[in-house]
Design a protein around this ligand. Structure first.
Ligand SMILES: Cc1ncc(COP(=O)(O)O)c(C=O)c1O
Length: 340
């Protein structure tokens, strides 16, 4: 039995999801004639109480499209130093939009409104790039699945309004935050100008993300998606998986969170573990005391037992729980950790 904790993106469609995909009614979505994609877009827009949604192949493309919608070349966006858009989207912010990132030294991927306000460049000081956008990530991946404090997000919204800045949410794992904090999609829809959500992470779909915003924004976004090569044809098969996941896979995320907590506890009692970062959702980030063994040794020893985990650099290791991480796998992992 292989236990893959590298990411929540390693899941395969469930039988129920495959059935939904097999019976999807499809058309050519580049002509907006795929009824299942259209139904998904309407469903998600309604879920968030936002005007319009557009289906994309990836979360990178939804984020990059949002940044392009909100900015002009030469401008600057504000994000935390751990942000996915800054660290893991191939430099797309500068490549696609000609925009620089002003990084905030936040806490585990989150920032305060005061930190955001303090790095806005004065708009009349033409020597600096013009600040036009704030991007936040909930949950914050590199931060360890951190959930934002919603009141802080409301304060940042106020700062954005006062300084005429766009406010974008990278909600690749927003579902995890909503389940964990008992929040609603509508709350988020009211707060942000644009939101990206992924179906291919905690929700277990093979492919797919959505960008949400106004109708006017999505009319522009469809052209950007075209330029990025993200127009898909009979993508209703994927949209059917997404609709199934939205109906069946959101509440169960609490199970992933519970398992992550239990893994954290199992790690903490081991003398070779230096630190386990606070666990809020489905991501466990920890460090090995290298006087016992190196983190590479630990990863390799687990690999010998067919347990896969990943390094995050700077000695940090990560395990992510997900839909395909079963109770039997969890028992086995806890047993192996106890015996280590
Ligand atoms: C927080 C966050 N945003 C965006 C993405 C990008 O999603 P994709 O891999 O679908 O491009 C990821 C991927 O892991 C992510 O963790």
């Amino acid at each position: 039995m292989q236990i893959n904790l590298i990411s929540d993106t390693v899941t395969k469609p469930t039988p129920g999801m495959l059935d939904a995909m097999m019976s999807a009614v499809v058309g050519d979505d580049v002509f907006k004639e795929d009824p299942t994609v259209n139904a998904l877009e309407e469903k998600v827009a309604k879920l968030f109480g936002m005007e319009s949604a557009l289906f994309f192949p990836s979360g990178t493309m939804t984020n990059q499209t949002a940044i392009k919608l909100h900015t002009q070349p030469g401008e600057q966006l504000i994000c935390d130093k751990y942000a996915h858009i800054y660290n893991y989207e191939g430099g797309g912010v500068s490549f696609n939009s000609g925009v620089s990132c002003r990084l905030v030294d936040g806490s585990r991927g989150t920032m305060t409104a005061a930190q955001v306000e303090s790095v806005i460049n004065p708009p009349d000081f033409y020597h600096s790039p013009l600040t036009t956008l704030v991007c936040v990530e909930n949950t914050a991946n590199k931060g360890g699945g951190t959930c934002w404090n919603f009141q802080e997000l409301e304060k940042i919204r106020k700062v954005c309004d006062e300084h005429h800045l766009g406010f974008h949410l990278d909600g690749a794992r927003l579902w995890n935050a909503i389940v964990e904090k008992n929040e609603t999609t509508l709350q988020y829809g009211q707060l942000f100008d644009t939101i990206s959500v992924c179906l291919s992470k905690g929700l277990g779909c093979p492919v797919g993300s959505l960008l949400l915003g106004t109708k006017e924004q999505m009319d522009k976004a469809i052209r950007i998606r075209k330029i990025f090569g993200g127009g898909m044809r009979q993508s209703g098969f994927l949209a059917a998986a997404a609709i199934y996941a939205l109906d069946n896979h959101i509440e169960r995320l609490a199970e992933d969170h519970k398992k992550a907590q239990e893994i954290g506890k199992a790690l903490l009692v081991k003398s070779f573990i230096k630190k386990v970062e606070p666990i809020e959702t489905n991501i466990v980030i920890f460090e090995i005391d290298e006087s016992f063994m190196t983190s590479d040794t630990f990863v390799n020893k687990l690999k010998e037992k067919d347990i896969l985990i990943i390094g995050m650099g700077q000695g940090k290791l990560r395990m992510v729980t997900h839909l395909d991480y079963t109770d039997a796998m969890h028992d086995e992992l806890l047993k192996q950790l106890a015996a280590f």
